[in-house]
Design a binder for this molecule. Sequence first.
Ligand code: NAD
Length: 264
Amino acid sequence: MLRGQKACVTGANSGIGLATAVAMGRAGADVVVNYVVGADEADKVVEQIEAFGVRAYAHEADVSDEQQVADMVARMVKEFGTIDIMVANAGLQRDSALTEMTLAEWQKVIDVNLTGQFLCAREAAKEFVRRGVVEEVSRSAGKIICMSSVHQIIPWSGHVNYASSKGGVGMLMQTLAQELAPHKIRVNAIGPGAIRTPINRDAWSTPQAEASLLQLIPYGRVGDPDDIANAVVAMASDLLDYVVGTTLYVDGGMTLFPGFATGG
Ligand code: NAD
């Protein structure tokens, strides 16, 4: 589905990013596996991707560092010739009640989750605009996929930095989609619900925690990283070529206000 395309996935040595990088390789893309810590895990992801007969390499870069992101995309253009798909996935949480939250906790989350996506999108877009559409590769000149969250629209007490970053990602994505569509560049977001990864281990790692979490999920199961990875591959493919500026929630119905199923 993505044969001949060149994809960069940030935060690709864990959780959703890992599954997405592998799914991109399975779909035929050559893949840059970005990571900031954990070179061994990144190398293992590269091995998994290469087993599909496509190219991959690991690249260390902090997505909140302007120069490091520019260097990452420049190396990709040198080694793979270009970039077709940027999956801005890297993200983190630094949870705290508002009155306890330090400026450093606020800033770190905004820097990685929001500014990081801005930088990755900007560097990819420069190459998309320069190169334009190559018909044999894709109908689009490039795809930017922002990893958002249901917290793009669901407020989340005790996580104001995270929820604000994802709300920001929603408007970043829509504005870039509007600005870049005339260049035949598609910008969209994926909004995961509760997915079993290290970022939220406390929410699913005990039966009690999982039971409490399931009350928020009408479909009755916690998501797997592959649920998100498959959505990213579809979003990047020409099957969804007319989808521009949309957030696809992949959340088992978490955004359906499940509390109203019995109340209200
Ligand atoms: P994870 O902790 O398993 O993976 C996050 C990845 O981002 C890791 O590889 C981490 O090293 C990397 N990262 C962190 N800071 C970085 C930086 N400065 N530069 C480069 N990489 C950096 O968590 P995950 O659940 O796989 O999260 C991936 C994305 O999905 C995040 O944007 C997260 O907000 C989003 N998300 C996750 C869930 C969920 O339930 N797991 C739900 C909604 C949204």
